[in-house]
Design a binder for this molecule. Sequence first.
Ligand code: SAH
Length: 253
Amino acid sequence: MTCNPTSINSTGFVSLVGAGPGDPDLLTVKALRLIQKADVVVYDRLVSEEIMALVNPAAQRIYVGKRLNHHCVPQDQINQVLIDQAKQNKHVVRLKGGDPFIFGRGGEELEKLADEQIPFEVVPGITAASGCTAYAGIPLTHRDHAQSVHFITGHLKKEGMDIDWASLAKGNTTLVFYMGLKESANIQHKLTEAGLSEHTSIAIIERGTTAQQRVLTGQLSDLSNIAEQAISPSLIVVGSVTSLHSQLNWFNR
Ligand code: SAH
């Protein structure tokens, strides 16, 4: 059979893969299989070194996370890397921390691939909210504490979003803020203003699921003070489920 190099079938393939929150044992079997056979792995800052150590040694590695000057590679450039590599008929693994569809811009990247008619698949990963709370002994829901859970971006201003603080402040729910450290004072203020008790328990989980995991706990009134002691990546969890940490903490005891 001859191959027409300009046909769609001659392009490569992109696997958009979630790497989970850090602990390599939280990779899915499918994610592990794919990184072990990829031609190219395009990864960012949240993918741990232990996970990168599992990548096919012959694969090309392309880092697209924050550089030393703390500037991110622009999204357009990342999209172009994926397109260029796939068009060289390679199997590209786009490896992202957590789940690629939760605050991971995975959808945006796939839209560009779809425009270029490059075939792709999505492999979900364990998102930080799920992995980090599990390792902190904080159940996201619990019949005595929370009947729902919200995942919220802390990049409130940047993304120009209007959050419905009143609905978040109703209680009986667990709030998980991603990328919230720098916005912690605002989060504290908005939730209190919307009526959530300042005595509501909170937790900040730093570098969750890794050997360096730290869990800082307190009340909503302390949130911004506690956040000052935490470093990225950290997750802010607001809700009475966080009070269970002291009893259910099992990891890194
Ligand atoms: N797609 C990722 C989230 C990317 S946004 C996922 O599904 O998990 C990046 C934010 O995720 C960080 O600012 C932090 O709030 C959170 N995060 C990711 N990994 C984390 C970890 N190991 N510990 C604590 N927070 C983490």
